[in-house]
Design a protein around this ligand. Sequence first.
Ligand SMILES: [Zn+2]
Length: 80
Amino acid sequence: MVIKIPISLDSMKVDITCPKCGTENKVTLAQIRQEATVTCIGYGTVINLKDNDGSVKRGMRQVQNELDDLDRALRRFGRR
Ligand SMILES: [Zn+2]
């Protein structure tokens, strides 16, 4: 039995608040990781997605580790 967990962190959406007008914009974690630029849906302000302190990368790594643990646990379970 093989269980695949269909979770891709990169496609997860998060809300970021525009520094200019406070409008919430949805971006994917991939966009943040790649430090992409998005245009605010409010007034068209260009927002630079800078992962300044690396907290997004750290957080993603942590979640990914937990998913890997879960994956391993499920594999053990399936072998019983
Ligand atoms: Zn804005």
